[in-house]
Design a protein around this ligand. Structure first.
Ligand SMILES: Cc1ncc(COP(=O)(O)O)c(C=O)c1O
Length: 329
């Protein structure tokens, strides 16, 4: 299968907001969106998006993972950007209709259909830097994606940056394009300078997250990760792993921790990145103050593998969905 995010189903769903109301959505053939060059999005970054997956089970039906939670996160993002907030029913209907339209295009697990709702401000006004976009377009893309680890899970190397933040306090928990733009420069710089895969942003020593994933420490009986605040994105994978972890006997410790504690802890704790695309990605080494520090033996750890399997078993229909996380289509 082609590279993650580069292949698309041939239809997408679209709805527009104008004159103070959302119009009905349509599924139409995938095509470029004609847009006025003065559209708010191009100038003032009025955009937010979501990313989650639908799986096709052996019964031929699709199951969307944590649909209502992703819709709620999108609504929160939209509100924080002062964009028109899509109704939950509108957005979840657009997603389920599109998944229904493309059930036959969903590859079997561990492959899936990645769904990308996107909301953009379309007000034609280049003088609206300090004014919200009162017009908007909402669309949902569907993209068949393969197993992220088809080539085998490789342990990642992270640069620990104890100065810079990935985002800001206002927008850290908003899934908006500008945050990814902000992380891009530091990440490319770190790749070039230290040969790392990602940057772990730890402003003032506070361990937060990487450019596009949450960060967790896992031992045989404990999971440690930053508690929810406005500085980082509230990942659904993080939340699911914490819930499944607690049920399988891990002590879940949502607390702030410092770079010093992290460096001290990685001889005992496994470290992982969590996110929809890759589920849990093992971290094998950290680079801090120019020095490379192994995470345990530098290899993917057994606890992360066990927790990842527990989550994927629910997603693939191999374990009961005790939390009602799946929406059948
Ligand atoms: C900045 C950031 N943090 C965390 C995550 C993980 O979130 P989720 O588990 O909901 O995919 C993502 C990916 O969506 C992300 O972009």
């Amino acid at each position: 299968m082609s590279q993650f995010g580069t292949e698309f189903c041939d239809h997408f769903s679209i709805a527009r907001y104008s004159d103070g109301a959302w119009q009905a959505s349509n599924i139409i053939p995938l095509a470029p969106l004609p847009m006025h060059p003065a559209a708010h999005i191009f100038h003032y970054a009025s955009t937010c998006f979501e990313g989650f997956k639908a799986y096709r089970w052996q019964d031929g039906k699709a199951r969307i993972f944590r649909l209502s939670d992703h819709v709620a996160r999108m609504q929160k993002s939209a509100a924080s950007l002062r964009l028109p907030v899509p109704d939950a029913d509108l957005l979840s209907g657009m997603v389920t209709d599109l998944v229904g339209h493309h059930v036959g295009d969903i590859p079997e697990p561990p492959s899936s259909l990645y769904l990308r709702p996107t909301l953009i401000g379309t007000l034609e006004n280049i003088g609206a830097a300090a004014a919200p976009s009162t017009e908007a377009t909402l669309f949902v893309l569907a993209s068949p994606v393969g197993d992220y680890f088809a080539g085998g899970a490789k342990a990642l190397k992270l640069l620990v940056d104890d100065q810079r933040a990935r985002s800001t306090e206002q927008l850290g928990s908003t899934k908006t394009g500008g945050n990814y733009a902000a992380a891009l420069g530091p990440t490319l710089e770190a790749k070039e300078k230290y040969g790392v895969d990602q940057v772990l942003f730890c402003p003032d020593g506070d361990v937060q997250e990487t450019g596009a994933a949450n960060f967790l420490l896992i031992s045989d009986d404990e999971i440690i990760t930053k508690p929810l605040d406005t500085t980082f994105l509230h990942g659904m994978t993080r939340d699911s792993i914490l819930k499944l972890g607690a049920e399988t006997g891990y002590k879940v410790n949502e607390r702030n921790f410092t770079v010093a504690e992290l460096i001290d802890g990685v001889s005992r704790f496994e470290a992982v990145l969590s996110g929809t695309a890759a589920c849990l990605s093992p971290v094998g080494a950290l680079v801090y103050k120019g020095e490379e520090i192994a995470v345990r033996d530098g290899k993917p750890g057994p606890n992360a593998a066990k927790l990842q399997k527990a989550l994927q078993d629910v997603q693939y229909g191999l374990a009961p969905d005790a939390h009602g996380w799946l929406t059948e289509v």
